[in-house]
Write a protein that binds this ligand. Sequence first.
Ligand code: NAP
Length: 291
Amino acid sequence: MINSFLRFYVIGDPIEHSLSPLMQNFFLDKFKIKGEYAAKRIKFNELDEAIESLVKEGVTGINVTTPHKKAVLKYIDEFTPEAETIGSVNTIKIESGKLIGHNTDAIGFQNSLRVLGHSFKNKNAFILGSGGAARAVAVALIREQCQRIVISNRNLEKAKKMVKDFLQRSTAIEIETVPITSNEIDSIIKSSQLLVNATTVGMGDLSDDSILANTGCLHKDLLVYDLIYRPYKTKLLHQAESYNSSWINGLDMLILQGIESLKFWVEQDLRLNDSIYSAIKNMLRREVCQE
Ligand code: NAP
């Protein structure tokens, strides 16, 4: 049992629309952990001083979001094996002034498949994107023992780098890349059971856009998983629905990566039972849909 009052932050810019404070304060309350989680807007060129002052303040944990995900790596004193594997950090624990970098996105994604009753063992997956989230999804799908994973990205070199990094760890799974403009994409999607959008196309300024150029390849045996949760239903998910593909947005992953961050910070085995899970999911959905 922790008796001191703990402080946590999500840092980024912009940050005012982050759902993390609402979600994490709900968890703190449910699990009777004395503490507070807040959003802190930190401009790109102010990261140095901000990290220093968070350490001085005695903050326990930080979640990191755009644009600091890469820049923050230089402050990390120690990476967890999971952060090493994924090659990206979304969660930091500060322990006696030392920054420990961790990543909860892969486990969050994997647990969301489990919670929603999906398994992709021996199935084919297509991932769009090659940033931190896409890398976490690839790690999760390797663990899920997919048969084949194809990765596409606007910057193909980043996708190739991902494949190079992960092939070293898994020889049993076919992992390939395809250029985002390739005609092959249609047939890849037709022979896939899972399509993941791990790009930012579909949110913010790009919320009227879909990462998919052709939608005729969508099919009823495909699960379209968009990591975006704001808007609740992206253009891609509307397209999926119109082709009878099933779909998932990013809310389940958000919840399940979030609880993993809190577990890492407080070193407690916090379990989301059905009632806590549906309460937080409904709360976040209401928040997203009221816009
Ligand atoms: P990131 O590292 O910045 O990667 C962004 C990705 O989007 C890159 O692959 C980038 O391609 C691609 N992209 C950006 N603009 C594009 C455009 N106009 N056309 C085509 N591709 C474009 O971001 P991230 O952290 O991986 O996050 C990716 C998405 O996942 C975001 O929407 C984020 O909100 C979501 N996410 C959700 C959760 C969750 O819990 N639900 C967790 C993490 C992330 P290039 O490499 O070519 O630039």
